[in-house]
Design a protein. Sequence first.
Length: 622
Amino acid sequence: MSPAIKRWTGDDPHDARLALGATGLLRTFNDAGVLTAADVHVARRTADVVGEDDETVRLAVALAVRAVRQGSVCVDLGSFGAGASDAAATPAVVPAAAPAVQGGSGTEPDPLPWPVAEGWLERVAASPLAARSVVRADLGLLYLDRYWREEQQVRDDVVTRLALPAPDVDELLLEQSAARLFPGDAYAEQRAAALSIARRRTTVLTGGPGRGKTTTVTGLLALLAEQAEHTAGRRLRIALAAPTGKAAARLQQAVADALGAPPEAGGPELTGDDRRRLTGLRAGTLHRLLGRRPGSSTRFRHDRSNRLPHDVVVVDETSMVSLTLMARLLEAVRPDARLVLVGDPDQLASVEAGAVLADLVTGLGERDADAVAALVTDHRSESTAITRLAAAIQGGDPEAVLAVLAEGEGAVELVHPDDAAGLGLLQDELTRHALDVRGLALAGDAAGALAAAGRHRLLCAHREGPWGVEHWNQQVERRLGEASGASLGAAVGARWYPGRPVLITANDYGLGLFNGDTGVVVADGENLRAHIDGGASFAVSRLGDVDTLHAMTVHKSQGSQADAVTLLLPDVTSPLLTRELFYTAVTRARRRVRVVGTPEAVRAAVGRRARRATGLAARLRG
């Protein structure tokens, strides 16, 4: 049957989610909370244009629109319709034995008039909507045309790249350099991965936190830079990119740290010549790399007719890359360039449609196992409890997760939402953290304020509600104002104040700011400036789309890390409560994790997978 869906009551005629002009099945499913007004309007408009009157076809189109809105590329109608198999793949969160629609009150809602699953997709495929290429039926799935074309393109470009001749390398020099950069058994895994990537045009490098992905990438770039200088007598052109500004800044810092670290620090054993060849490496967002095209959010200056000039393109945090962005990247990379996609497939997928990294790992793993290099050995020793917690979540064992939380040796803990003392300690800690940041910001110490802001992250699943970002941002600001005194409290009540941590929520190409960039407002004499991680600063009057960052969603936290992380788990009925969300939040922490939630919420999170309907893995398998 269908995935769990939280209904709204429909009592408010002004609710923007209600399509008041809808009729028939679209009205029924809109009133039930399965479809929003946007889903209904798109289905009605496209069906009216081609003269499609079949209500079941209109419903199918609305479900395809809904699927994209929820992150899927397509929809499996067989998982919704009456008579569908409980084991059918579904495009959303599927707890065990999910009802057709899950009511907010916990009572079983009235059943909905789902069309019979058998033959439903065939009716859509035979409709004028399919004849006009508004929708596509393929692989037993229903697509909106754009996403069908993008999925086909990604598959074709990846398969074409896999079929290209291997790049020319000096094998003797490559082996000798790899042994020098990754010496001994401790680096055997990274050495093997770097050698494999150096010999291929396209590779996916996977691994969880502490598995040595940055070490491998840095050593790999040293290998390839040496090869370019030795065989072609020129400097290697390298692009380092990530989906968000924060992830790009973290990649930049990680590579810079690896280049500057002494051999005994645990990174690749770089010589002076290695460092010279890699001097000046800069990381940026994928949008900046591809080049903005005015008037379009899905097309870029670099494309199939204007390729990127780089010899090597490394993309970090690939789990955050949507299907559309991956399509644009693949058409922009030169066929003879090396493309290295780095990420953790167990993390949350992109906010937009697609689960590209997971599809690549699954599909390529069966088609060409050498195209996926997996790092599995944990090299991080700061907190074995966090490592064990992440592994237990990955393994889907809720009792093991609870056991680690109960015996976390101070590095991990579980705080019950009804534990007044525990929540009081959390609020006190959040206030002290905000005061530390504010004190440094008032003193004009931008670097110190940025560093302090990044030491702790309060992560939420939702934006709204008692466990959401907006509520906790307000709570921290209220307590900060009370602790700062009357005059400073008034400043905290304003939108801009020294010590306000900020999150950029939309790309601003004019300022060079991107969705996901973070910073802190710092006093500059009588004025205020927002200092952004990465070095830029701006008068606060120049910033537009900005949120306060005392708390942030787990989705927005991807690509970042903090010394300590507090995760607020939502109620067990929340559709966002999934294993991927839990794992992503936990792996943002370097030293300490506090989980606020009930044991039931922990079990529910570990037991639910965030499934997205796509056909990419199947296409890649061939």
